[in-house]
Design a protein around this ligand. Structure first.
Ligand code: NAI
Length: 460
């Protein structure tokens, strides 16, 4: 694991790292049930045109038992837990100046592991160049600020979008359940390793029945559950109230059994490339629990080789597991959802990768599959949205797993520091984002990819 964080977290190590200009990552604030949402008051800023939205949002946040302030002109607290910048009606880049500079004046008071969240609106084809420039400009501010913040603080964005007729989706307002749910997720320790991300949200989604157990009463299947990120997903979905079926290959049967016994779930030995795999899962879920609501495509393999040395079996084996199986299974799950067999708001969440966004040397096959997951997710959004559900993908960056522990030490150190939080993420960080995307409140996030990469320096 990452001993460097301990080394530079205090005393001589911290002083030395500062003097030498070395990274000084801090332990991230991660969620545990019962934690306060933030460690300090929230400041809500806006440009002039968005002030009504900012007032509405501030009023909605009061019900979360937060100390919400609308001005920096009154005496400031010692530390801000979060600053929210509402720019939903920004109509010219000039209008970004005041809120951006006011935000800048608060940053020295931002708490360790604090949060900055921008709310903006997606530009449409009908918008003038002035409006489109302002809206795109918000993303530029957010991404650059993410790279400036230190001590575990993150900057992310919520982009209010028009549903474009996908299902019942409508134009998101600042107090839509999905917008509020996403804001809560971004404030909390559940989003510890999500940084520099604009999250597009449309107007549907339901309020979570409970913040601690939003998945109560729902049934989920997780492929590749026997170890690594898959095991973490099983644990977090269970913690959040779901009943979980874990799938893995028969060769991993024993550890699968252990993982699933631990959470009182169901172990299903199954190769996801087998014909009829989705029907086996549907059948098992309906027989044991009477329903299936959530599918997590997590099973994946690596077969790295430079393309010049690539063999047919390395290419084809990887594609079969990492993209052909999720495609075939998703097609079947969409049919089942259309036939009313997958609950009121079926969710498909798939594991992509930053390699699928930015490319990675030695991973042409892997990137073909992981970019493919993103394409698949975008294409599933329509049909699954039409039955009230959503398809999303999560793209992890450098995550501390058995797989990354095998990377040579020096390269591993470099890979860990090459993001704004200057450390690797943990499997639980990926699992928390997946659990959020599977929750009722995230019903307005459809077709999107959320990176869990600490704002890795590669790709967008
Ligand atoms: P892992 O190798 O530790 O676990 C993968 C699991 O999938 C294993 O239990 C394996 O038996 C299972 N599996 C493989 N083929 C299967 C099949 N045909 N049918 C059923 N199960 C099968 O991998 P890890 O690191 O936990 O990764 C999980 C997912 O996250 C993968 O899709 C991976 O590509 C993705 N990911 C991981 C990153 C990381 O840093 N570890 C970064 C980006 C993406």
């Amino acid at each position: 694991m990452d001993k460097y964080i301990d080394l530079v977290s205090g005393g001589l190590g911290k002083k030395l790292a500062r003097q030498l200009g070395l990274p000084t990552p801090v332990a991230l604030r991660r969620h545990s049930p019962g934690d306060p949402l933030l460690e300090g008051p929230v400041l809500v800023l806006s440009d002039y045109a968005s002030r009504d939205d900012a007032d509405r949002l501030a009023a909605a946040m009061l019900s979360w038992h937060l100390d919400v302030r609308r001005s920096t002109h009154l005496p400031q607290p010692e530390r801000w837990g979060a600053v929210v910048v509402v720019l939903t009606n920004a109509n010219h880049p000039d209008s970004l100046a005041d809120p951006a500079l006011e935000l800048g004046s608060t940053l020295r008071q931002l708490a360790r592991n604090g949060r900055v969240v921008f709310l903006s609106r997606q530009a449409s084809a009908a918008d003038s160049p002035d409006v489109a420039a302002a809206r795109a400009g918000v993303e530029g501010v957010m991404r650059s600020l993410g790279k400036e913040l230190r001590a575990g603080a993150t900057a992310n964005g919520i982009v209010l979008c028009d549903g474009d007729g996908a299902g019942s989706a409508g134009l998101a307002g600042v107090t839509s359940p999905s917008v509020l749910g996403t804001l809560r997720f971004l404030f909390s320790g559940r989003s510890a390793f999500v940084d520099g991300q604009p999250i597009p949200v449309v107007g549907n989604g339901e309020e979570d029945p409970s913040w601690e157990r939003p998945l109560e009463g729902l049934v989920a299947v997780v492929t590749g559950a026997a170890r690594g990120i898959g095991t973490s997903i099983v644990e977090v979905l269970t913690r959040d109230g779901a009943q979980v079926i874990g799938v893995d290959v028969p060769a991993a049967g024993e550890s699968l059994m252990q993982v699933m016994n631990e959470v009182k779930g169901m172990a299903l030995q199954l190769d996801v490339t087998a014909p009829g795999a989705a029907d086996r899962i549907l059948g098992a879920a309906r027989e044991r629990y009477g329903r299936l609501d959530i599918v997590i495509h997590n099973a994946g393999i690596l077969r790295d080789k430079l393309l010049a040395n690539m063999t047919e079996d390395r290419w084809k084996d990887l594609i079969a597991v990492n993209i052909t199986a999720p495609l075939a299974m998703s097609a079947r799950f969409v049919e089942a959802a259309e036939a009313g067999l997958m609950g009121d708001s079926p969710r498909i969440v798939s594991l992509a990768s930053t390699s699928g966004i930015a490319g990675n040397r030695g991973q042409t096959n892997y990137a073909a599959a992981k970019s493919g997951i993103i394409g698949m997710t975008e294409a599933l959004a329509g049909p699954i949205g039409a039955v009230g559900g959503a398809a999303t993908a999560v793209a992890p960056g450098f995550i501390e797993t058995d797989m990354t522990a095998r990377i040579p030490a020096l390269m591993r150190q470099f890979a860990r520091r090459a993001n704004s939080l200057q450390q690797g993420g943990l499997p639980i960080d990926v699992a928390e984002t997946i659990a959020f995307l599977a929750s009722p409140a995230a019903g307005g996030i459809n077709g999107a990819v959320v990176r869990v990469c600490g704002q890795n320096l590669v790709g967008r």
